[in-house]
Design a protein around this ligand. Sequence first.
Ligand code: NAD
Ligand code: 89V
Length: 340
Amino acid sequence: MLSGGLIGCGFFASNHLHAWNMVSGAQIKALCDQDDSKLAAAGDAFGIGRLYKDAKEMVEQEQLDFVDIVTTAPTHRPLVEMAASQGLHIVCQKPFATELDDARAMVAAVKAAGKTLMVHENFRWQSAVRTVIETVRSGRIGTPFFCRASFRSGYDVFSGQPYLAEGERFIIEDLGIHVLDIARAIMGDVQRVAATTCRINPKIKGEDVATILMTHQSGMTSVVDCSYATQRTPETFPETLLEIDGETGTLRLEAGYRLVVQNGGRTEQRAVAPELYDWAERPWHNIQESVVAIQQHFVESLASGTAPETSGEDNLKTLALVEAAYLSASEGRTVETDSL
Ligand code: NAD
Ligand code: 89V
């Protein structure tokens, strides 16, 4: 049984903690937060008595195998480097970093320590998205030549995560990163990016609409479009809708978790709704289910000695798409990913 310490007991951490309770092979022994009330509340809710305000003190005092970092991006580098220097495996929430150089430094630090680093990039672990990825990889629609990954919503994310309204960057960095990662998982790595952004909601600082055109290394195309300014009924938060055309068929992941696969003149329609765990709540259950899946994957990766699918190294490629999209939108030009 692996022992972990969780750092950052804010808005999203309860999902990690519920998920760790379901994961076999790991348990959270200690918690850390700089904020007394959040630390105490998480300790009470999850029956964990080993509580620390300082992360370094926690890893020095406790016998841990890994840390799970659930703080926001600007704090990741010092926490990851500290944990790596103490010889621990690391799970780190997305966005892994706000600068590619910080991300590269974290990957190098964990590599030098000989430990495993997984970025908690969980959208590709949503069961509906996973079904799509596996269906495409099985060859069912032939080689995919077009993918549209679309996340359009008017859901109020700012009440739970007020910091999302405050940054110069918003939707690509926070949400688009998930959708870009899904596009990579389906279509492979990316050669060039062209993007536009705009802000519709006057109460926030960053962009809340982005449209990103990508040419993959295979020469195939995908479009990632995301919006938190879309007033639609039914509201589809937090679903990513997918349209994929392959050489021999098509696949659609439609609103309401409906999968439609067409090939050879046949149409298969299937409900691929996520499970609603007893601790979960709609509409977040889709994300909550994926948190269990990715954390189980971390434990299995450690057991098998293989790199997690969303390792730090892998995530550098998703983060590069975020950087490329912002650069493209601000300079009005196409950006080659290998120039970053
Ligand atoms: P939050 O601000 O609510 O919580 C962060 C907590 O970390 C706070 O309680 C803060 O006091 C604590 N903290 C900060 N620095 C610390 C340090 N050095 N040592 C100890 N504690 C520290 O943030 P949140 O909304 O929970 O988001 C956390 C991360 O999770 C973000 O990166 C966010 O993007 C990500 N997130 C991911 C998903 C997803 O589906 N993957 C969903 C929501 C949020
Ligand atoms: O998944 C996330 O990172 C969240 C949200 C779904 C609200 O964008 O911040």
